[in-house]
Design a protein around this ligand. Structure first.
Ligand SMILES: [Mg+2]
Length: 489
């Protein structure tokens, strides 16, 4: 349960002052090409990844858009709409260069700049309320600075009390726009929009909203959190209510993760031993504990899933009244759910020889610095002790010792992980990439660099923007790579 007064990770309380700016470069790739090749300016241009008749246009210039050309359209279809379309292929180093220069301009006005993509960024001016009294003037200066460096580039800027509404603002005036959304004018803007004009609302969400009688963004803003929870099936509905009512729920920097997950695939040999399964659960939870301690976060939701060899699965989610960081607490909650389920279903144990994968995902983070401790428990002490323990482990380079210990149940399996074992669990793919599904990951960057294997992105991520967060990557095969290097000598 969320209490009133909780400061949710990344979310300020509703704040009606427009202090967040969102910048979206207009027709970015196409404008970059027109910047570099003045002969393309003022003409319909389509940017392609490969120069082939079957290629799709990945970006269209303003002039091309007037003919109805959109990103993702096949070149053939584009030519039908606009026979004089000029095509050019992408030049990523040039786009990155401009991105870096634009970000430098933004950082000269605000030190809290989060790039959202190659052509978008959010600037949080919340700590500048006494420095600047007119953010529109700042926005105009930013536009002028960009134009001074790249005269053909234009951007749309939205200013609002939160980053979501600021982004909405960039969509309201497309080329070279500047829109400030305030409590006074928000309803008049929303009244002109369709649900699918809101970033994050596509046809599926639109259908859900229609089903409960919400037909447009204005009605959505004035709906109760309870109704929106019904539409979105849970806490996501609260986020939507907060977004449209000036609270911040979308401001994430690299250090602040929306979800963290740990997952482990098990061999047949491993899943035959109940103790191994228990130990794997400890290992996964310990890994998450370690990440939370490292980033000073506590979570309020834990979910756990088991996948079976026959394709079946079982999952559970626990919402917590008190945010937790402790691995053993996390395990106890999960085990409680497992026991409840087993009792009420009198089926065979959930941890059985058919298990092929265990995954723990944690979410709803709170920063340790805003934790409220109850007066009558000793959590605060425990939390401090845990932090100190990790600091000591860090000094002695024993960060992973608990996890390693947990996975040391079957000596033969651990042999793989420390680098001398059999290669029966190894998969060599056609392209030469080598995988072993039962190895331990290491945290040390030095060791990571030695790995010849590819990183595996975490699957549980639903928000594409945040996929590159280092703490959310699972690394596999490190020790095997070392083994192979050793074997080749
Ligand atoms: Mg753009």
């Amino acid at each position: 349960m969320r209490h009133k007064g909780d400061i949710f990770q990344n979310s300020a309380k509703a704040n009606a002052v427009p202090l967040v700016m969102f910048i979206d470069m207009n027709c970015y790739f196409a404008s970059c090409e027109q910047q570099r090749h003045p002969e393309l300016r003022g003409k319909p241009v389509g940017v392609l990844t490969y120069d082939s008749p079957n290629a799709a246009v990945i970006a269209a210039s303003t002039e091309a858009k007037k003919f109805g050309i959109k990103s993702g359209m096949r070149l053939g279809d584009c030519r039908q709409l606009c026979p004089e379309l000029i095509t050019t292929t992408t030049n990523p180093p040039w786009y990155r260069q401009i991105h870096v220069d634009v970000m430098a301009i933004l950082r000269s006005y605000c030190d809290d700049v989060i790039p959202k993509s190659i052509d978008e960024a959010v600037l949080n001016f919340n700590s500048y309320s006494l420095v600047y009294n007119d953010l529109s003037a700042i926005a105009k200066k930013i536009k002028a600075d960009i134009a001074a460096k790249y005269d053909y580039l234009k951007c749309s800027i939205g200013i609002a009390p939160n980053s979501f509404l600021a982004k909405v603002g960039t969509g309201l005036q497309k080329r070279d726009g500047l829109v400030v959304i305030t409590p006074d004018n928000i309803d008049s803007y929303l009244a002109t929009m369709k649900l699918t004009d809101l970033p994050g609302i596509a046809t599926n969400n639109e259908r859900r909203l229609h089903m409960i009688g919400i037909r447009n963004p204005l009605e959505m803003r004035h709906s109760s959190p309870a109704l929106l929870r019904k539409a979105f099936g849970g806490v996501v509905g609260d986020y939507w209510h907060r977004r449209l009512n000036f609270a911040e729920v979308d401001m994430y920097s690299r250090a602040e993760n929306r979800t963290m997950s740990a997952t482990r695939t098990l061999s047949r040999q491993q899943s035959q031993n109940r103790q191994v399964l228990d130990s794997m659960l400890i290992s996964l939870c310990t890994r998450l504990e370690q990440r939370m301690v490292k980033s000073g976060l506590f979570c309020k939701e834990v979910s756990f899933s088991i996948r079976y060899r026959d394709g079946g699965s079982w999952d559970t989610a626990v919402k917590l009244a008190d945010p937790l960081q402790d691995a053993m607490e996390m395990i106890n909650y999960i085990k409680e759910r497992i026991t409840d389920y087993e009792r009420s279903h009198s089926l065979q144990a959930l941890f059985n020889e058919r298990v092929t994968n265990l995954t723990v995902v944690i979410t709803s983070f709170m920063n340790g610095s805003v934790m409220q401790y109850s007066l009558f428990d000793n959590r605060m002490k425990k939390d401090t002790v845990r932090k100190v323990m990790y600091e000591i482990k860090e000094v002695y380079e024993q960060n992973n010792i608990v996890r390693k210990g947990c996975e040391l149940i079957i000596p033969g399996v651990m042999k793989d992980a420390i680098g001398f074992g059999s290669v029966k669990d190894m998969i060599v793919k056609l392209d030469g990439e080598i995988k072993n599904r039962h190895l331990l990951e290491e945290d040390k960057p030095g060791v990571r660099r030695m790995a010849t294997l590819k990183k595996k992105p975490v699957e549980e991520h639903k928000e594409p923007d945040y996929n590159d967060i280092p703490q959310n990557e699972e690394w596999e095969g490190v020790s095997l790579a070392q083994t192979l290097q050793h074997a080749r000598k």
